[in-house]
Write a protein that binds this ligand. Structure first.
Ligand code: MG
Length: 230
């Protein structure tokens, strides 16, 4: 730990580390809902970006007429089947990594900065994506969809875990890098620096309107020092 920069960086996955990965994720959710409840569902009309898998599934089920009790009771088994389906069908994602991601992660790793994931994906889906993108080895922990009510809760969990591991001291700069206003809100709710990157579905203007601490078009434009210094 000696001499490493006093920083910890968390990353969202979709639209931030990787993008345009195809339909395997939504197919996994649709398949799992059918398998567990028998309901035919879809994601049309559901604004997927920035949402947790649990929120997406709840909306899919509600749209198909499911009540709250059925939704709550079926979610754990739906998660199990969605993760299994995704693990079998996730394509190679090495060419779906967003611009600037690999050099940035390399540099952070070389500097000894601990990194984690704060993602709306279910745990095994999120880890599978970074594995198939060739990025898994950079990340030491993940706060995922089923662990909290919203992204702010996930960020809080990640922070707690980082503290428990001794990564966060009084002066440590903690940053969350994400591609939607929900990531920015999650950072702000936890007193964490918000870096917004416009490689997902949100435009620069949309992201600017939620006033992140740092805003870049893609991660090639992110000054390394923005993650290191107040
Ligand atoms: Mg995202």
């Amino acid at each position: 730990m000696k001499n490493r920069p006093d920083a910890v960086v968390f990353f969202d996955i979709d639209g931030t580390l990787i993008r345009r990965i195809g339909l395997a994720h939504r197919h996994a959710l649709i398949y799992a809902v059918r398998r567990v409840t028998g309901l035919e569902t879809g994601v049309d009309g559901i604004p997927l970006h920035g949402m947790l898998d649990t929120e997406i599934l709840s909306a899919m089920l509600a749209n198909a007429g499911a009540g709250r009790t059925l939704i709550r009771r079926s979610l754990p088994l739906i998660q199990t089947h969605a993760q299994r389906y995704f693990a079998r069908h996730c394509p190679n994602l090495e060419r779906k990594v967003c611009p600037g991601v690999r050099p940035l992660l390399n540099r952070l790793a070389r500097a000894g900065v601990p990194m984690g994931l704060v993602t709306g994906n279910f745990t095994r889906i999120g880890w599978k994506k970074v594995e198939r993108a060739g990025l898994k080895h950079y990340f030491r922990l993940a706060a995922c969809a089923e662990m909290g009510r919203d992204r702010a809760a996930l960020m809080r969990l990640a922070l707690r875990e980082a503290r428990a591991r001794g990564w966060v001291g009084r002066r440590t700069l903690v940053t969350l890098v994400g591609d939607t206003p929900r990531d920015v809100e999650a950072a702000r709710a936890n007193g964490v620096r918000a870096v917004a990157v416009a490689t997902g579905l949100c435009s620069l203007e949309e992201l600017r309107s939620c006033s992140p601490d740092v805003l870049v078009e893609d991660l090639r434009q992110l000054p390394f020092q923005a993650l290191m210094e107040e």
